[in-house]
Design a protein around this ligand. Structure first.
Ligand code: PRX
Length: 695
């Protein structure tokens, strides 16, 4: 808890000092939080979580209030003895994977027994409070000049039509629906329509390949897949329908039968007539959905009913289906959005993330809409037609809160200030960063050039699993240190432990864990609660383990230092090394592969692959290309390795374990830091790898 007086800021090294003077005005609204208020609220959130979160929850509509207990949890198997009932109202297949066990690790429930609906709270509730004519979504197309918008009233109409359509086509509460869409308005509409009828959406980022999509379809067996024919990203056209067709034809071989593929015609990318069509299965959204009524009753759900499933990478080849439930997620995304961005009703908010990732779920769709915000949704890429596009959009919509990723900041920084300064940007008042640690030089450029040295930066640390922000500045509440995510959000108790799991106090660095549950916490990994327990709760018993390294400085600020597991963070996208390796070894000419992350100027980290071809296959540029293609088709273009390094052998211990530490050093050419290689089964491989470094 930051209990020192920061007003003098004398303890902050001057290069990190960012003075936010008292006149630094976030807005004219007096609800802006100051440090002492944060401290009081934080203290209460820890000492009286039930009271604290009940108050936050009371802003929302509940058909029925939750049972007496706001939260029940068991982060530690040693604490044990929590009885879990599995309610029979839960139709969702995934719930059967909650083991009925009285000592379920990692288990937590929030607002159990409460009956609500997140779509109702995003739309109907805001309309009833007089915001029906407020713009909910400004949609900006890939091409400048192509745009659209929806008020809250119009958004509700569109959501209800789709919800009725889904119901009519057999989607019931608890069924899953896969959404494979780019950033069209249809994407948040689809998510909200599922939520309205209690269906569980699983959005798959439209950059994933047919194989990845197929894997997810086989895993969660959706009733319907929602897609569009094509998307234009920058000057490139991607035919999404072809990818879906291929995924569906493969998954039907695996016993999954998706009866219906609802396809939105994105005519600015591809004409309808050019789209391949399977008559018995495919339906054009624009033809059928608008025929349905704009009124659709809400399916009231239990606070613990599942809301969505989102796949993310882990340290094995199989992606993890992170399951979030309704009420805790709803309260948490709403509260974090409001406080971390100092949200006011007059704000225009733009988050550059895609809804295919958690940031898009929580901070393009749910968090802002729950607050009745006006959200900008952008279809295209940030540097099309030129690197000034973001600031053009900021000026066009008078964006006040701009939330993005360090990789974008670094890439725009490289293009030069002129693309930024030619736009006014005077509407901006709060900036945000997410996805990876933001390096101080990018932070300063973001602050000084983009924000004209007047907008605080909320560097939000969180994860797919956490649902919402965990460690984040609250704008203006305390001095910022470039590169630090600062302090925990309400209700979050971060701890840093050593490798033995011992909690460290004060200034230290180690593994970042969290003590006690928070409302936005995911509840399980779909179909594999055991993996949930072992991945997150067994490494350091008694805590949730994030997989990140972290340092706490003498002022109590938290500094995230990156993943400590086999996960690479490329341009803010989380990619498991094992996934890339299995894509590489699926190539017939690849005998073995080992993948590591290496620092990259723009992407943060890039993928560096050591590959051993099968006996007798020669190294060649063509083979490199075809190996990269194998990753593109197995996972998606965003996971393509930047470098293939030929490896006659890999450095392994005598028990056969690949020593990635050594590979990381070779990949980053830190050859004098290879450390002890004598424990390797064959120390010669290291010299061979060094010799092949530039081939
Ligand atoms: O390593 C951390 C990094 O991104 C990981 C979570 O990735 P994902 O689940 O895909 O969610 C990304 C968007 C929330 C974390 O384990 N990460 C995320 N935000 C930050 C960060 N690292 C440092 N600083 C951040 N602000």
């Amino acid at each position: 808890l930051p209990d020192q007086d920061f007003s003098q800021q004398a303890h902050i090294p001057s290069f990190q000092k960012v003075i936010l003077s008292p006149s630094f005005s976030l807005s004219t609204d007096s609800s802006t939080l100051y440090r002492f208020q944060y401290q009081e609220m934080y203290k209460r959130s820890i000492e009286d979580p039930s009271g604290f979160w009940s108050d936050m929850a009371s802003e929302f509509y509940w058909k029925k209030k939750w049972d007496h207990q706001v939260c029940s949890e068991n982060l530690d198997i040693r604490k044990g003895n929590i009885n879990i009932e599995v309610g029979n109202h839960i139709s969702f297949i995934h719930m059967q994977h909650y083991r009925i066990h009285n000592q379920l690790m990692g288990f937590s429930q929030w607002f159990k027994g409460g009956v609500t609906n997140i779509c109702y709270n995003c739309l109907d509730r805001n309309i009833e409070s007089g915001n029906g004519e407020k713009i909910a979504i400004h949609w900006e197309g890939n091409e400048p000049g192509v745009d659209d918008s929806l008020t809250y009233n119009q958004l509700l109409d569109r959501v209800c039509q789709l919800a009725n359509y889904l119901k009519q086509n057999g989607v019931k509460k608890g069924d899953s629906v896969i959404i494979y869409l780019p950033m069209l308005m249809e994407l948040p509409i689809s998510m909200l329509a599922c939520a309205r009828i209690g269906a569980v959406h699983s959005v798959v980022f439209a950059g994933f390949s047919a194989e990845s999509l197929e894997q997810r379809i086989i895993d969660c067996k959706p009733k319907i897949v929602i897609t569009c024919n094509a998307v234009k990203r920058g000057s490139k056209i991607i035919n999404l329908k072809d990818i879906v067709d291929s995924a569906l034809s493969e998954s039907s071989q695996n016993g999954v039968c998706v009866g219906l593929c609802l396809t939105s015609a994105n005519e600015s990318a591809m004409k309808r007539e050019a789209t391949k069509w399977i008559k018995e299965r495919d339906v054009w959204w624009q033809d059928d959905v608008p025929k349905y009524s704009t009124k659709c009753d809400v399916e009231w759900v239990d606070g613990e009913d599942p809301l969505f499933l989102l796949y993310t990478s882990g340290s094995t080849g199989k992606p993890k289906g992170v399951l979030h439930t309704t009420a805790g997620y709803m309260i948490y995304t709403a509260a974090t959005f409001k406080y971390a961005f100092d949200y006011k009703q007059s704000d225009i908010y733009w988050c550059t993330a895609d809804c295919g990732w958690i940031t898009g779920h929580s901070y393009v769709a749910y968090g802002p809409l729950l607050n009745g915000a006006t959200v900008v949704v952008y279809e295209g890429v940030p540097n099309y037609p030129d690197p000034g596009r973001c600031w053009d959009i900021v000026d066009k919509y008078k964006v006040t809160i701009f939330y993005t990723a360090p990789t974008l900041v670094r890439s725009l920084m490289r293009d030069g200030d002129e693309y930024v300064t030619r736009y006014s940007r005077k509407s901006l008042r709060v900036l945000g960063s997410v996805g990876e640690p933001i390096n101080p030089s990018a932070w300063r450029w973001f602050f000084n050039v983009v924000g004209d040295s007047r907008c605080p930066i909320s560097d939000t640390w969180w994860q797919t699993e956490t649902g919402g922000f965990m460690i984040t500045p609250l704008p203006g509440a305390w001095p910022q240190k470039p590169g630090s995510a600062t302090f925990p959000f309400f209700g979050v108790q971060p701890v840093i432990v050593d490798e033995k799991g011992k909690e460290m106090k004060g200034e230290c660095s180690g593994y970042l864990c969290v003590k006690t549950s928070w409302p936005g916490a995911f509840r399980t990994l779909f179909g594999d609660h055991e993996r949930y327990e072992t991945t997150y709760f067994s490494a350091f018993p008694g805590y949730y383990f994030s997989g990140d390294g972290c340092r706490r400085d003498k002022d109590g600020y938290y500094w995230l230092t990156g993943r400590v597991d086999d996960v690479i963070n490329v341009s803010g996208h989380r990619i498991g090394t094992a996934e890339v390796e299995s894509a590489l070894v699926s190539h017939p000419k690849c005998a073995e592969a080992a993948v590591v992350g290496v620092e990259h100027e723009v992407k943060g980290q890039c993928i560096y692959a050591f590959v051993t071809p099968v006996e007798g296959v020669a190294y060649s540029e063509d083979l490199k290309k075809s190996l990269v293609l194998s990753v593109r088709t197995n996972i998606g273009a965003f996971a393509a390795p930047d470098k293939i390094h030929w490896a006659p052998g890999l450095p392994k211990t005598r028990s056969g374990k690949i020593m990635r530490r050594i590979l990381r050093k070779i990949a980053s050419r830190q050859l004098d830091e290879l450390g002890d290689t004598s424990t390797l089964a064959d120390p010669n491989v290291v010299d061979q790898l060094i010799a092949l470094a530039d081939s």
